[in-house]
Design a binder for this molecule. Sequence first.
Ligand SMILES: Cc1ncc(COP(=O)(O)O)c(C=O)c1O
Length: 369
Amino acid sequence: MEIKKSGANYSAIVSIGEKLKKMSSETGLEYLYLNRGINAVVNIDLSNIIPLIDFNSTDIQVYPPNNGREQLRNAINTEFFQNTINSDDLFVVGGGMNGLKLITEVIDVEKIYISKLFWGAYTNVMKVNNVDFAHYENFEELQNNIENLKGSAVIICDPNNPVGNKYDDEMLLKLAKELSENDVTVIWDSPYRRLFMDESDDFYSKLAKLENIIIVESFSKSVGLSGQRVGFVYTGNKDFNHEFKIHLLYTTNGINAFSQLLIEKILTTDVGRVVASDFKEKTVEDISKNIKYLKENNFLAQRFYTNSVPVGIFVIVNKTFDELMEKRIGSVSLPYFTTLPKEEAEKYSRICVSVPHEKFKSFFDKFLS
Ligand SMILES: Cc1ncc(COP(=O)(O)O)c(C=O)c1O
């Protein structure tokens, strides 16, 4: 059988996780899985949400509408955009990865630019879709190079994966506006942002006013439901939306109705709002304690946080993958996320700081004793 080879790699993070689990079961010792990209301080408590869902209804048992349930799209409009956009321009997708895959299939651009410190999946999605890509050094470089970026697209992720740093919103908005006005498509992929914010955050409403903007979001991180595979894509561009809905249909045939209903209940009911805000509060509290601990004990790789603040859910530490592994801490070596020379990057690792603080501290204290 002949196959088309994309040249993309299977996720390194998935295989590191599989290896760690095997080592843990072979040795019987506990490992701290900071290689993962999920919030693991607490689970979101769904026990009072599930009874609100009627499983014996057509809402669940038949095909969902192609663009996503209308009630969910309206709830997203309220929660993320203060009802300032047209819900018909929103598409429910199977998480951010699915959204990004479809976006890069549909837009016709010369190249897609991604940060020099980037989520590894970006390059693989583009290889699978046969889209040309290149890297930008930092936001200043984008700003100074706008002329050369005309006809291309730029992906912005803030707080960033892998760095976990956050830049100033006013600066980001100004940059996105200038890019958009100069015919550069901005793909806004920031699934970690809303973990730290609630529905009063009007950043997306401001972004949505730009002409060349595509926002992709996910419920995997902000409410910890990566297992449900739900996210959304928004742009006001009619041509894009016309083509996008065709790609969405022939890729997914609609997104799982149960998971859409679940997210809808979280966004629209009193009990849903309480559990979501509880989840965010507890998660952010331990993330902040973990980052403070890393800073105080000089584990944080300061060179990556010069003009920005570390907020999580990831950070970069100045320990190698092997040094962390010796203390049974799982991580991902930085070369997986950067174009920096390998011998320089492998001095650092990306760790997830969204785990219970006491456990986190007990593993890192081993370096201090
Ligand atoms: C920067 C970034 N974008 C998008 C995603 C997509 O997540 P999901 O497909 O679960 O929504 C991730 C997941 O790790 C991510 O780190």
